[in-house]
Design a protein around this ligand. Structure first.
Ligand code: NDP
Length: 289
């Protein structure tokens, strides 16, 4: 890639950012689409507001935001998209007059990843494991896209209750049902989609899972694990053992990047190119499927 006087700069703000896959995603798409842009990680240890204002002053066209700033960055924006506002977290900044507009492409990316696998949300009964930052956003996404019922199970039940209250209030319907993790036997006895949104099972503790019992997995027709390291989690194995389909979270990461790229450059990334980028990502991670 040739960097010249017209190269647009995009970047990632977070801490740490050293192991991010985002430069691979964006620089690969840019090269294939002949977009004159470069994407760099920026470790921001503190002074988030100064970093965002400084990026604007320097003409940075777009940014991603990662841990620990996805909520805090909302105070540094001129405007935010409706879904991002209800979730209360932003991972993509798009330059507008006077500052940046915030989006949550983690969630629209998850939606697109699920669509690419043929997984439906509308009118579905869904189980979410976890009630942390990612699970909360997934709960909003499911309610927003018309899930019939969402059972949200968490070790600390009060967090599941808080998320349910918030989502039900925002959506104006009783869509979410909070439950303690150990009460999974009280779930309806029918096949459902399950989204694994806890941090249990992350490498190097890849043999761990929040529920071991086969009777739980018999209720799951499809399991989507937000974790992608490892690429075959214990949760995925248990879903497959009971005859369900199971997917890891790498496509979610791919599509959150694709959607950010599309916002910044006002282009549409073809599915063919998204597939190519996915192959590059799998290569970087030494994943085969
Ligand atoms: P948080 O720290 O906010 O939440 C962690 C969740 O895991 C909580 O629900 C917590 O329960 C639960 N948990 C942790 N340890 C245990 C345990 N021993 N037993 C039972 N439950 C446990 O994390 P995030 O929500 O930010 O992230 C969750 C996962 O999603 C991570 O693995 C992350 O890698 C993944 N992720 C993937 C993305 C992608 O692009 N694919 C994007 C974003 C996240 P409790 O409340 O009781 O502590």
């Amino acid at each position: 890639m040739e960097i010249n006087g017209k190269t647009k700069l995009m970047g990632l703000i977070g801490n740490p950012v050293e192991h991010t896959m985002s430069p691979v995603i964006h620089n690969t798409i840019a090269a294939h689409m002949n977009e004159n842009m470069a994407y760099l990680p920026f470790p921001v240890k503190d002074n988030l507001n100064t970093a965002v204002k400084g990026a604007y002053a320097l003409g940075v066209q777009g940014m991603n935001v990662t841990v620990p700033y996805k909520s805090e960055v909302m105070e540094c924006l001129t405007e935010a998209d409706e879904l991002a506002k209800s979730i209360g977290a932003v991972n993509t900044l798009v330059r507008v007059e006077g500052g940046y507009r915030g989006y949550n492409t983690d969630m629209t990316g998850l939606y697109r990843a699920m669509q690419s696998y043929g997984i439906k949300i509308e009118k579905e009964k869904i189980v979410i494991l976890g009630a942390g930052g990612a699970a909360r956003a997934v709960a909003f996404l499911c309610a927003y896209y018309g899930a019939e019922k969402v059972y949200i199970l968490n070790r600390s039940v009060e967090k599941a209750q808080a998320v349910s209250e918030e989502v039900n209030k925002a959506m104006g319907r009783e869509c979410l049902v909070p439950m303690a993790l150990e009460d999974y036997e009280l779930l309806p006895e029918e096949k459902m989609l399950c989204i694994q949104a806890t941090s249990v099972g992350l490498s190097p503790k890849e043999h761990e899972v929040v529920i071991e019992d086969d009777s739980f997995y018999r209720r799951i027709h499809t399991g989507y694990d937000l974790i992608y390291r490892p690429s075959n989690t214990r949760f995925m194995q248990l879903v497959k053992e009971q005859g369900g389909n199971a997917y890891h979270g790498l496509k979610m990461l791919l599509y959150q990047g694709v959607e950010a790229f599309e916002f910044w450059n006002q282009v549409k990334v073809s599915e063919e190119l998204a597939d190519k980028v996915y192959e590059v990502m799998k290569g970087e991670m030494h994943i085969e499927e």
